[in-house]
Design a protein. Structure first.
Lengths: 504, 107
């Protein structure tokens, strides 16, 4: 069982570290997006006004589309209104609309916090389908690692309270245990609910065995959607969306609308589906109201049945959108603990092997190099993303993609640095680079925008101030890590062979 | 005396690192990943048909449980005394599920 735990954890450990870190960052997805779009001034949160603005924009630019999708602003991100449609040639268009003017938002092209969110299950540079299979496989391995880890752990309660600092492998093992065992409910829940979010892709056999090819009725029930309608061919003006949003919100007693889907806009057979926003309830919401083109209330939509509700609760638990600020901070800390659990597990693997009498083989070097490149390199790349967000020219083509390329280029650079030195010095070098990179983010922010730290503090822009402070805090943490690693060397303690000056 | 000790060491090393060991490990890995998935898929199909609730709810419940069943199957494969027993256990469960599925199809 210990064998199963070690190998299932190692083989995908680097991917799991990435998934955990990107996913943990996603708890602050909206805040990161706002920081990466400094041009967007704070607007009062008003879904009704946003809906009207979106309608103005879409009527002007997307009149030929058969379907409009509007993602309304959320309370945490009141300035982000985005619309999506496919034109006659099936090309997709996704634009940010200014809530006040109904025009295209004049803001730098960036994916914002959505990049980290997508990274943790869609990866990048591969198709979403491929990525989700890989991530799902990793999640399954993680689930097995958790189960086998609990079985392996015979003295689970005693080891709760054990931490032998400074004793090499023992210390790493104790750290790994504490980070894994204390937040175990969280790790198990996040892993399992993560699988649930994509369960129809990973385990379609239940659906297909009962429904065969005709799965639409099933999914319509699960997601609370009504059947699609064919366009009639007669044109008709679409009633104001704002009014429909208003009626829906009053029906939901204050809960905000989050999403609008208009099928056959401009046609007499148009249908407007106003969906409730996420975050009001632990469960993700599948509640919606359907209106016709005149704004007449047709029906209320929702999923039905207890099992559907269970799925929604599990899904909602994974997203964590329901969490108010303090709880979200706690979830963030737990996510970091999970990330650290994977990282200490990876390091422990290398340390344990180096103590055995076997010669350091090629596999050991691969582990050592990847440990440095991923555990220290990924945070460095994240800081580089923020640098690119501030430094890339605003008018650049494909600017959003290039921010992401910068992220991966820096990460590749970290891999190169790790290939050169993967010992203690190699760790300190990359961790030091990460410290400098994070410390630089508030500096670059102050130099390239008007929303630097001083200005934020003076004008009460708490989001930007908090973000800059967070960057500085992370820089301090990495600096401390570099210092700690250095002092270990100077104290003359036994340094594991893998971490000594590279022999290979 | 020494010859006996050397022979014991060689056989222990062979047991833990030899070809037979590696094949057994590979066999378990395949049983766990492929066999486990197949078994949990079968169980999902069976539960979708067998659970006494509305079809939509049965399918949802079965699919939600599938990952736990998969994890359990993987743990079983590695907890079994030998690789052969691991496969046998999976096979017996699979056959039982297939029979169950057929029973529900005809009813």
């Amino acid at each position: 069982m210990a064998w199963l735990h070690t190998w299932s954890g190692l083989l995908l450990g680097w991917l799991l570290f990435t998934i955990f870190l990107a996913g943990t960052a996603s708890y602050f997805r909206e805040e990161i997006s706002r920081y990466m779009r400094p041009e967007l001034a704070a607007v009062a949160f008003d879904p009704v006004r946003a809906a009207d603005a979106a309608q103005r924009y879409l009527t002007r630019h997307a009149s030929a589309a058969t379907r409009w999708s509007v993602t309304l602003p959320s309370a945490r991100n009141p300035d982000e209104l985005s619309v999506f449609w496919r034109d006659a040639e099936r090309r997709s268009h996704s634009h940010l609309v200014d809530v006040r003017t109904g025009e295209r938002a004049l803001v730098r092209d960036t994916r914002g916090g959505d990049f980290f969110y997508r990274l943790h299950f869609d990866l990048h540079y591969v198709s979403a389908r491929t990525a989700r299979w890989i991530v799902g496989f990793a999640a399954m391995m993680m689930l097995v690692a958790i189960v086998s880890g609990v079985i392996t752990h015979k003295r689970i309660f005693r080891d709760f309270f054990t931490f032998r600092a400074g004793k090499g492998q023992r210390a790493w093992l104790d750290a790994h245990n504490v980070l894994a065992v204390l937040p175990l409910p969280y790790h198990a829940l996040i892993t399992y609910t993560g699988l649930v979010t994509l369960m129809f892709m990973y385990m379609p056999w239940g659906v297909s065995s009962q429904y065969g090819e005709k799965t639409t009725p099933f999914f319509d029930t699960v997601f609370g959607q009504s059947a699609a309608l064919e366009p009639s061919g007669d044109t008709a003006n679409l009633a104001p969306l704002g009014g429909m949003v208003n009626r829906a919100q009053r029906h939901w007693q204050g809960a905000h609308a989050g999403f609008i889907s208009v099928s056959n806009p401009g046609d007499r057979a148009a249908r407007v589906d106003v969906r409730r926003g996420q975050g009001c309830d632990v469960a993700v919401s599948t509640a919606g109201i359907e209106f016709d083109h005149r704004g007449v209330w047709l029906r209320e939509l929702d999923s039905s049945g207890g099992a559907a509700r269970v799925r929604e609760v599990l899904y909602g638990l994974h997203l964590g959108r329901f969490a108010p600020p303090v709880l979200r901070a706690l979830l963030f800390v737990l996510g970091l603990a999970g990330t650290a659990m994977v990282a200490t597990g990876l390091v422990l693997w290398g340390v344990k092997r180096s103590r055995s009498r076997e010669r350091a083989g090629a596999g050991d070097r691969v582990v050592a190099v990847l440990n440095v490149a991923v555990v220290a390199g990924l945070p460095l790349a994240m800081a580089a993303l923020f640098w690119a967000n501030r430094l890339l020219p605003i008018e650049m083509n494909d600017r959003a993609e290039w921010e992401i390329h910068a992220f991966f280029v820096v990460w590749a650079g970290a891999l190169v640095m790790a290939l050169v030195r993967c010992d203690q010095y190699g760790w300190r070098r990359l961790l030091g680079a990460a410290a400098i990179a994070f410390a630089g983010v508030p500096l670059i922010n102050a130099l390239t925008t008007e929303r630097g730290l001083i200005h934020s503090l003076v004008s009460g822009d708490w989001l930007f101030a908090a973000f800059d402070f967070a960057m500085l805090t992370i820089a301090v943490v990495f600096t401390a890590a570099v210092w700690l690693l250095g002092s270990r060397q100077n104290a003359g303690r036994e340094v594991p062979r893998v971490l000594r000056k590279a022999e290979v | 005396m020494t010859i006996v000790r050397i022979r014991n060491t060689i056989s222990r090393v062979k047991r833990n690192h030899g070809t037979e060991y590696r094949l057994a490990v590979a066999s378990r890995v395949v049983a766990a990943i492929v066999g486990g998935y197949a078994l949990s898929a079968l169980a999902t199909m069976f539960l979708s048909a067998a659970l006494p609730m509305a079809v939509v709810s049965a399918v949802l419940a079965a699919t939600l449980l599938s990952f736990l069943m998969y994890a359990a199957a993987v743990v079983w494969v590695f907890a079994a005394a030998t690789a052969g027993r691991a496969w046998l256990g999976l096979l017996i469960c699979a056959v039982a599920l297939v029979f169950g599925l057929l029973a529900f199809k005809t009813s």
